[in-house]
Design a protein around this ligand. Structure first.
Ligand SMILES: Nc1ncnc2c1ncn2[C@@H]1O[C@H](COP(=O)(O)OP(=O)(O)OP(=O)(O)O)[C@@H](O)[C@H]1O
Length: 294
């Protein structure tokens, strides 16, 4: 009998996942597979031993991008060599969205079939100052905004909270003097923020990085340069509508294996939507570091 560790975050998104637990256990039971639940806590340092002990055919991360990122960090760091599935039950579920895994029970049941039959693909992982992430590393104005959003507000109204809080910050937009090295090329730009993405979906927005591929051995760096307010509004419109152009003059768009970003000060960073290392940040790609069910 195949068995899967179900790592579920009871509070992510609207804290609705616990109500779906019975349905999911039944879905795997029907497919002749066993689920071994692991309820996340603030400190999940016992997870690697739990996974080793269970010796599963895969680990399913049920939560948002933060939960998935944490599972990926443990799997890579502890060389657990187990394929990973994502069940998006967070606020924005960027990675699950990129893999077209969000939707109704039809989508989920088809995915459960593929998990049980073992359909996997290799996926790159990012490493930022020694911490692994699956989807996005970033820093700058927007990151601070996201971290300051009260968790309860975030749960209640989701990503809209980012914008509400963000709008309040507009007068405080501050550009950072970034020095960037990407695979040997150097760039100096005044920028509001940057994202380094693995998939093309970030911050609840699809197609933020039109060139991004999960298995190309590269990460995509997108830097939003300091610009006039009308230019910024036009760019924001393109981003929201999924029409980011890599050659947009207000962006620096670079694909690279290794990227270092320095702002000359310790600006707070973000990994997969959670607090990450501060700048300077060195991000490297680990090509095909994990297998993911898709
Ligand atoms: N039992 C728990 N009680 C309180 N917080 C928890 C618990 N388990 C995990 N967490 C916290 O949940 C956060 C991760 O949430 P996650 O990113 O998965 O969901 P989200 O923020 O709702 O979704 P998304 O990242 O997709 O927007 C982490 O900060 C983690 O510490």
């Amino acid at each position: 009998m195949k068995r899967f560790v179900l790592v579920y975050n009871p509070v992510s998104g609207h804290a609705t996942f616990p109500r779906q637990l019975d349905e999911i256990i039944e879905a795997f039971d029907k497919r002749g597979a066993m689920l071994i639940p692991y309820r996340t806590k603030i400190d999940n340092s016992g997870l690697p031993d739990f996974i080793r002990e269970a010796a599963p055919d895969g680990v399913i991360a049920a939560g948002g991008d933060g939960t998935l990122g944490e599972v990926v960090d443990y799997v890579v760091r502890h060389e657990l060599k187990t394929p990973i599935a994502v069940y998006g039950s967070g606020t924005s579920n960027d990675f699950a969205t990129f893999l077209n895994l969000t939707g109704g029970m039809d989508v989920k049941n088809a995915y459960f079939d593929r998990i049980v039959s073992g359909k996997t693909m290799p996926v790159d992982v990012g490493c930022a100052n020694g911490r692994y992430f699956i989807n996005v590393a970033s820093a700058g104005m927007l990151t601070t905004v996201a971290h300051e959003v009260n968790v309860r507000i975030k749960n209640a109204i989701g990503k809209i909270a980012y914008y509400i809080r963000g709008i309040g910050e507009v007068p405080n937009f501050r550009a950072l003097p970034l020095h960037i090295e990407a695979d040997g090329s150097e760039y100096d730009v005044h920028a509001y923020f940057f994202v380094i993405v693995n998939s093309g979906t970030a911050g609840g927005l699809k197609n933020v990085a039109p060139l991004a591929r999960l298995d190309d051995g590269k990460l995509d760096l997108i830097v939003v340069k300091k610009c006039s307010i009308p230019s910024f509004v036009a760019l924001a419109k393109d981003v929201v509508s999924g029409n980011v152009r890599p050659d947009d003059p207000n962006l620096l768009y670079v694909q690279a294996k290794k990227i270092t970003v320095d702002a000359g000060e310790a600006v707070e960073g973000d990994l997969d939507g959670e607090k990450g290392p501060s700048l300077p940040m060195t991000v490297e790609t680990l090509p095909h570091a994990i297998e993911m069910f898709y």
